[in-house]
Design a protein around this ligand. Structure first.
Ligand code: THU
Length: 130
């Protein structure tokens, strides 16, 4: 399945009554499987989770661990940009050359690599020796 269709579909299930900003994310893993997630908000606002986090959780739950591409979509004027926390979460499972497509329902699209999204990422290398 293509990531755009998958992300659009899952976005419909987003639970975003507080922001009214529905986000869908789809990631492909090395096995070729596609995993999706949407944002899930909470009345205790900080407890909400992002679409990317949901897609990553689905991938890990299925036994996959390596992201080869990702796509995020929202009904926004500009392509939706993964938040800082989600950049770090994506970097845990996607190498620096993984392409992340950010797009809008209207089709405005931007593609950046993980290295561009999170330059100087904190990685396991920084913990070597521990
Ligand atoms: N959100 C995501 O799910 N992913 C992003 O990349 C940006 C922001 C969600 C979090 C919150 O539910 C809503 O969008 C507004 O910030």
């Amino acid at each position: 399945m293509d990531l755009l269709t998958a992300a659009k579909e899952v976005r419909e299930h987003a639970y975003a009554p507080y922001s009214n900003f529905k986000v869908g994310a789809a990631i492909r893993s090395k096995s070729g499987a596609v995993y999706t997630g949407c944002n899930v908000e909470n009345v205790a606002y900080p407890e909400g989770t992002c679409a990317e986090a949901g897609a990553i959780a689905a991938m890990i739950a299925a036994g996959d661990t390596e992201i080869t591409e990702a796509l995020v979509i929202a009904d926004s004027p500009l392509p939706v940009s993964p938040c800082g926390g989600c950049r770090q979460k994506l970097a845990e499972f996607g190498s620096s050359d993984v392409r992340v497509t950010m797009t809008t329902l209207a089709g405005k699209t931007e593609v950046l690599t993980m290295a561009q999204l999170l330059p100087g990422a904190f990685t396991q290398e920084h913990m070597e020796g521990n």
